[in-house]
Design a binder for this molecule. Structure first.
Ligand SMILES: [Zn+2]
Length: 215
């Protein structure tokens, strides 16, 4: 466990360097309200961020007992801390706070949503990230697109890197097309109809979403 802890009103960060702990807690605190407003959710529960030194891992670590979530942590590795702490924290906060109805969203689209919100709240990384996603999308075949849309959060960490890269690009394109509100309405419809996930056919089957996409 990282040695130092810094508390903020929205959550807590830990790191081996007290300055890193403070910086991560402050970034998380700064972005929580905006992320939650965009998602239309309450800023609960308080976030937990760990910087793990000597590691390049990045993501939301989840411990489960069967289907029940026991503990969650946003893990920030060295490169993410050094090069893109604000973008990385913003992206992971979307996963952290994407509670119902967002739990119905297919995981690739949640990844796209996390990037979509992160480039808005941390715009210094926007052009680079969007260019990367556009390049990736341009190379995708229908088979790869289908495979990317089938990924799940449970197997995300062990999903091949190439498939994950595709999932970000496909997810981002879908969020651009439907808009946050349009996707939220699909999640609410899935909830009303008792579907565990928004069916991919609702996304890929229609040429136009039920609501006009917002840029
Ligand atoms: Zn993610």
């Amino acid at each position: 466990m990282p040695e130092f802890e810094h508390r903020s009103p929205s959550g807590v960060a830990r790191a081996d360097d007290p300055n890193d702990a403070r910086m991560l807690a402050m970034i998380g605190n700064l972005f929580t309200a905006e992320v939650c407003t965009k998602l239309g959710v309450e800023p609960e529960p308080p976030f937990v961020i760990y910087h793990v030194s000597g590691s390049e891992s990045l993501g939301l670590a989840v411990w489960r007992d069967g289907d029940e979530i026991v503990e969650r942590r946003i893990v920030i590795g060295d490169a993410a801390l050094r090069d893109q702490a604000r973008f990385s924290v913003a992206h992971e906060l979307v996963h952290w706070y994407a509670s119902a109805p967002w739990d119905r969203l297919p995981h690739a689209i949640e990844e796209g949503l996390a990037d979509y919100i992160a480039v808005h709240v941390a715009p210094e990384f926007r052009d680079e990230r969007i260019a990367e996603l556009d390049r990736r999308l341009a190379s995708i075949t229908p088979e790869r697109r289908e495979q990317a849309l089938a990924v799940s959060e449970r197997t995300w960490a062990t999903t091949p890197r190439e498939v994950r890269s595709d999932a970000y690009a496909v997810g981002f394109e879908i969020v651009q097309r439907f808009g946050i509100e349009g996707l939220r309405e699909l999640c609410e419809r899935a909830q009303r109809e008792g579907r565990e996930r928004v069916p991919i056919a609702w996304i890929e089957g229609s040429t136009l979403p039920p609501h006009v996409a917002r840029p």
